[in-house]
Design a protein around this ligand. Structure first.
Ligand SMILES: Nc1ncnc2c1ncn2[C@@H]1O[C@H](COP(=O)(O)OP(=O)(O)O)[C@@H](O)[C@H]1O
Ligand SMILES: [Mg+2]
Length: 367
């Protein structure tokens, strides 16, 4: 691994008047350009860790390096220029407009007015807001929009590092999912090094290139890519924190594209009925799909073929549960268990790629 963007070595923090450390002895490396998620129960030291990275809180012992330089050797105001910070309640200044909020750091840095205006417009677009909103005040925006402004403000001076502390905690689940998708899309474009804090394991799995599972006292129980943690939890604490649906969570990380698909019981229109029965028997199903190479017309229960000479091309049922190859195996499983035929037909646009069964899907997680 190349030099990490952020390196914590044996970092601890004991608050005055407290016997137990909020963070005991934490070592962690955050590679450049990745999203590392710190996840763990409330009070385990996530916020404290984040605030030590930008020196809002000074560590009791240990060292923290950002871009190879010791954080203690960097003036806090210079350090914070390299580090954007997004918090849960957005921390927007209520009496400043959205535009003024986003311009906070560039103004502190003494940028010329036209440059600031240009950057504000660029950021408003980048986070998916309308330029007209620049003149509004935070209360005039929805919770989700305010969060987007918080992200825009943190990105204003183009810092290499972003720290995000439960940024989507206060919005409803639908908006949260949108914001998560937007963050991943944004990260594709801006490639920051992001440390993201959450207590929501699903959010961690969804967003993290790597996930750090923390226990009370800032104890690092496991650190790795989400797929690896789900496949092989280091101990009971991690397993319990991941939840009883660990297998399903893993499925949500695997794309259908990564799996080889079976053609399924497909016959062509005009094929003899005997061929249809033969194919259905081979697959152990009581139905057939009708199609040609790369195309599926639909499906029929075998008993509807009674009295026909050959496989028909019309009067077929549609596959209600057709899936895009970009969907996850979790979505595929949901389609399978909801379908009459117990399979999901997978398409790339109009092109038929093959079928997935529950057996085939479970093979992917029981390896
Ligand atoms: N400023 C502070 N003074 C004293 N104790 C604090 C302070 N900030 C946090 N703590 C304590 O440190 C522990 C970790 O807190 P925190 O980092 O906020 O946890 P998390 O973000 O994981 O919920 C908690 O026990 C909390 O009460
Ligand atoms: Mg916190």
């Amino acid at each position: 691994m190349s030099e990490p963007m952020i390196r914590l070595e044996h970092v601890s923090k004991t608050f005055p008047g407290s016997d137990d450390p909020a963070v005991g002895d934490l070592s962690l490396e955050v590679p450049e350009g990745e999203i590392v998620v710190l996840v763990g129960p409330s009070g385990c030291g996530k916020t404290t860790t984040l605030k030590m990275i930008n020196r809002i809180i000074e560590p009791t012992s240990g060292s923290i390096q950002v871009a190879g330089i010791d954080a203690v050797d960097t003036e806090p105001h210079i350090l914070r220029r390299q580090i954007g910070y997004v918090i849960q309640q957005t921390g927007l200044f209520p009496h400043r407009t959205i535009g003024q909020n986003i311009a906070t750091v560039p103004r502190l840095l003494g940028w010329e007015k036209p440059r600031i205006e240009e950057r504000v417009a660029e950021l408003i677009e980048l986070v998916g807001l309308e330029i007209e909103m620049a003149e509004r005040y935070p209360v005039e925006l929805s919770g989700g929009q305010q969060q987007r402004v918080g992200v825009a403000r943190a990105l204003a001076a183009d810092p290499p590092v972003l720290l995000m502390d439960e940024p989507f905690g206060a919005v409803d689940p639908i908006v949260r999912t949108r914001l998560q998708e937007e963050l991943l899309g944004l990260q594709e474009r801006v490639k920051k090094t992001i440390v993201f804090v959450t207590h929501d394991i699903d959010e961690a799995i969804r967003l993290g290139d790597r996930v750090a599972i923390l226990n009370v006292g800032g104890v690092l129980e496991q650190f790795g890519p989400p797929e690896e943690i789900l496949r092989d939890p280091a101990n009971d604490f991690v397993a319990e924190f991941l939840g009883t649906d660990r297998g399903l969570k893993r499925l949500s990380l695997i794309s259908i594209r990564a799996v080889s698909l079976d053609t399924g019981p497909v016959v062509a229109p005009g094929d003899p009925i005997a061929a249809a029965h033969h194919v259905a028997e081979r697959y152990g199903v009581d139905w057939i799909a009708v199609g040609s190479r790369n195309y599926l017309h639909g499906w029929l229960p075998l008993d509807q073929l009674a009295g026909m000479d050959s496989v028909p091309s019309d009067g077929l049922m549609y596959f209600k549960t057709s899936l895009s190859a970009d969907a996850s195996l979790k979505e595929a499983l949901d389609a399978v268990v909801s379908s009459r035929t117990r399979v999901a037909a997978v398409f790339d646009g109009d092109r038929y790629l093959g079928m997935l069964t529950a057996d085939r899907i479970s093979e992917e997680i029981v390896q």
